[in-house]
Design a protein around this ligand. Sequence first.
Ligand code: ASP
Ligand code: MG
Length: 411
Amino acid sequence: MPIVVQKFGGTSVANAEKIKRAAQRAINAFKEGNQVVVVASARGKQTDELVADALELNSNPPKREMDMLLSTGEQQTVSLMAMALDSMGHKAISFTGTQIRMMTDGAHSKARIISIDADRIHEKLDSDHIVIVAGFQGMDDHDDITTLGRGGSDTSAVALAAALNAKVCEIYTDVDGIYTTDPRLYKKAAKMDQISYDEMLELASLGAGVMHSRAVEFGKKYEVNIHVRSSLTNDPGTLITEEVPKMEGILVSGATIQKELAKITLVSIDNTPGNAAKVFSHIAKAHVSVNDIIQVEINAEKANLSFTLAKSDLIDAKKAIEEIKEEVHCESVFVRDDIAEVSVVGVGMRSHCGVADTMFHALSEAKVNIDSITTSEIRISCIVDKDHGEKALIAVCDAFELDKPIDKRSN
Ligand code: ASP
Ligand code: MG
């Protein structure tokens, strides 16, 4: 029998009413001839509340104890869900991460899944149970409870879907799918029917916060079909899936804006082997994660080196650069914290030209100046003045017709 994994996020299980609705969905999928595994998050804002409880007692709580505490939120949801299913006349059983041996590394608060023992789940599915698994949690090889990082239930669900070879992993949430861009900034944004793993990974890393990016990575690695859809309606949402030829015909699938960015430029450093390594290993030691890097040679002796980073890392990064700048003979350091990055993403860029041209043209028509440009195989990003960020996003969305479903676009 095919297996369906259904994941319900915090808002979709916030109260008894919603838990019943989620339980009904699981029953419906069962009646359609599937074996059903439900993965649930903590109810509503419960994880935030538990974090607040911890901080009241200790401003820097031990991470092991934090995982013990936070994992209780999900444990409550799954037992309640099993009770709801039981009252609706359905066999159901809940499991914690530990009970299904969801093994992770020992990195408390950001653990990575290593393996899952699916036997116990299969055994229950084969005796007609709906199996409900606590998301977000696992166990390390000291038998300590770990958690996967905030929003990690998505990753639990996709990893389970991979381990069980499920036909689909449905992510039920409070939005009805993935949009071409943030509908709060571009009201005409269109919902996508399908998007490839690679595009979704780019969008997620660019701040489109619909899904945990580790979940998409898992999905890609194990070819799990991920269906992001609304917990309020029966309408289909967006399928995150392998790249299909149809996708290649579309130049741009989505656009994003990141506003909390800064850029640091080391002006005129020595153009010698090893300097970039020196700078970035020093930055890494300061636990600053770098977004994009641009190095430009000025002449045989000198080069300019710029990188973008989250604004929240700027103080640490500036300090690190001050420490290393003499060593690479940097003439001056130039910092901008008033920038935004507008990006377009699409696998079609691999085989089509003209995307950059269209984007730059749109920005110039909108009178937006481009500070710098970076690209990947399926992405083009422009740094612009923060004040012009939203205007730039709208101009780009209009240029690529991101208000239309893909089959209605002219490009
Ligand atoms: N409850 C956890 C959180 O709030 C995990 C999740 O929601 O996916 O981050
Ligand atoms: Mg969540």
